[in-house]
Design a protein around this ligand. Sequence first.
Ligand code: ASP
Length: 199
Amino acid sequence: MQAGAVAGLTNIKNPIDAAIAVMEHSPHVFLIGKGAEEFAVTHGMDTVPQSYFFNEYRYQEHLEGLSEDKTKFGTVGAVAIDRNGNIAAGTSTGRMNNKRFGRVGDVPVIGAGTYAENGIGGLSATGHGEYFIRNVATYDIAAQVKYGNETLDEAGYNTLMKKLKSQGGDGGVIGLDSQGGVVIYFNTVAMPRGYINSK
Ligand code: ASP
């Protein structure tokens, strides 16, 4: 139930570290833009020129998207649980393709793209962020477990494969339930994914 998030950064090398710093070293949850960058630098984060993030493959995808209305995603997420049942989830993204300048997606919105609660589960999402925000998707999954006695697996299915799918909300989610059970759902063609345990 601790949370930290940042958005609208341009020069911080590893924004996920800035999100953790917000959680651990500020009374706030969510910092954006210049204030977030300043906070990150104050807490020792490395900065890089924007060219550091340039990627020819992604740039070509962007150009294609301008003419073909193709939505592509580019998010990485992780969920972990320790032997005491402490659950953490993290999500980082540069993009949904062809978004408007200033647009913030679901990733840093706690409960939309990222959520963790001990005893319930941890979740990290990828996909068309607007749908994940409107549906408060990762919290929607957790809430079904908390108040509706669903398993995290059933709840993940309900939210991704029924609710979001019926709205045209493309995406996927990875999660761990309170016992470390792996939950993976996506209503897209593919979603690279994996899991590992102590064995
Ligand atoms: N969910 C992200 C967003 O809407 C995109 C992604 O998953 O790649 O910004």
